[in-house]
Design a protein around this ligand. Sequence first.
Ligand code: KIV
Length: 255
Amino acid sequence: MKGKEPITVVTAYDYFSAKICERVGIDMILVGDSLGNVVLGYESTLNVEMEDMERHIQAVRRGAPNSFIIGDMPFMSYQTSDDEGMRNAGRLMKAGSNCVKVEGGLRVVPLVKKLVDSGIPVMGHIGLTPQSVNQIGGYRIQGKGKDADRMIVAAKSLEEAGIFSLVIELTIEETTRAITESLLIPTIGIGAGRYCDGQVLVWHDLLGINDGKIPRFVKKYANLNTEIEKALSDYVKDVKEHMFPEENHVFKEDK
Ligand code: KIV
């Protein structure tokens, strides 16, 4: 699709959201480790375990049997050794994903080669890599000044190692553009500007289901928080005031 048609990616974590993604024709569904933040309520992605990823990939696969699913490798599932990374990538594939995503540049090149050699497609992820947030020193915009050269070298090395696509997160547009133009594989951006081959957004951000902390790069396509709060408040009011259940909601002895 590179150079022909922009690629759409959205995160999903459960059966029902996956069903909707498949129905509307999202090109790839990412079961991201952002699961930790938006579903499990952690401060960062660092607490997400392999078991969490497996369970949610299985649910998404049940909801989207015909979609291309990206399984995110959680923190410390591949950083300890390449053997550990291989085994854990295998677990995500068995859970139902079509590929795995790993964060990092030159550091993950040897692992990427091994995974690709073993038949597991790999998506890369550079720019802001949330699993390294403590090393980076916060959720900072990447790719400025000399950092651009470092990112371009990393992207080229990952492509040579065999990744089929590359996520670029929270990066200045000029650097993303240079990377996209220097690669044959598609780039997928999140907070990385307009010059990517595709875009990815987190389900909760896109739909406005959150507690108000929305990054500037997100476009909110709905405000479901408001809708959900209104529906729940109406339900509470109805029950308290004996307005629900109504006649048409109850069962009676057949006459
Ligand atoms: O986990 C995730 O949602 C991600 C996206 C931010 C690309 O990795």
